[in-house]
Design a protein around this ligand. Sequence first.
Ligand code: PLP
Length: 358
Amino acid sequence: MRIEPRDASAHRAKAEAALQGELPFGRVFTPHMVIASWDREHGWHDGKTVLREPLKIDPAAMALHYGQETFEGLKAHKQDGGRIIAFRLQAHAERMQRSCERLCIPPMPVADFISACEAIIATEKDWVPSREGASLYLRPTVIATEAALGVRPAESYLFFVLATATGPYFAKGFSGIRVKVEREMVRAAPGGLGSAKTGANYVASMLSAVRAKKEGCDQVLWLDALEHRYIEETGASNVFWVEKGVLYTPPTSETILRGITRDSILQLAPALGIQVQERRISLDELVAGIHSGAVTEMFGSGTAAVVSPISEVMVDGHIVEIGGGKPGSISRRIHDEIVAIHRGRAEDRFGWCHPIPC
Ligand SMILES: Cc1ncc(COP(=O)(O)O)c(C=O)c1O
């Protein structure tokens, strides 16, 4: 599926110029994309690398009306020795299959997802930044394209992978954010779509996020939909906290996305000598633990930031500070170790780095 750009030196020069800029998240798109199609007769077929252009889809395309779509978000990194790797590629391929199943979309075979990502990274190898903390972020997406207004699974789909050069998440240093506990709205309900990566979950969270920002918070801290008691996720990240030196995260469920960074942390922490457990925690218990000094750290985990420390929680308008308002040592250690694996500076003991033949 890989293609060589028609004028390789012009392509490289354009990439070099772009990579000198700021690289805000999700805005600096590379010139190509990989696409593939699905229909009943051929299954997934016709995968190719093409120039990134506006899509021609019918205004009745079912993704536009009923949200039948799913996506992934993963990163390619340039390691210190120049090798380019995709991080946890297989896990992202498998999660997209699970999302597809939930959304009645024919899952793309894992091997095809992997070759599509390999193809775009290889084609855009000059767009993988080497700057500390920067990466090439990939956005594999599937949308239902059949033009029909009946509510049912579509009979045709388009898969595409976009790539964007992305700067360091912590441009101003590793610092904590303030999250607002959301008491009314919920991100996901049992039996719903919360464990799939689909647009509906993100639009469901927007109003709450907008309100939290107006109130001086960076993100929302989501509670469960049934009792509005238990901590579920923060923004679009899984959540962790450190209590009496042990690292905890809520168990995944139908309402919590199975984050791949979360999984990496669950595997990595014991290897770093950090005890880690999955357990539910209520908001009351969390606040009591912060006040008593038992809870010393909290952070969100996700592909974008790896670890995003939470230094303050706003509960019904009152600010509760965690760990003196500074990121804790466990948060930092985990962040630094995963980043070191990305860059090839720490041993890839779990086989998470998928080398890209370029
Ligand atoms: C709702 C939600 N939770 C958690 C995560 C973290 O997942 P990952 O670590 O795979 O990026 C994401 C980001 O993908 C997300 O959108």
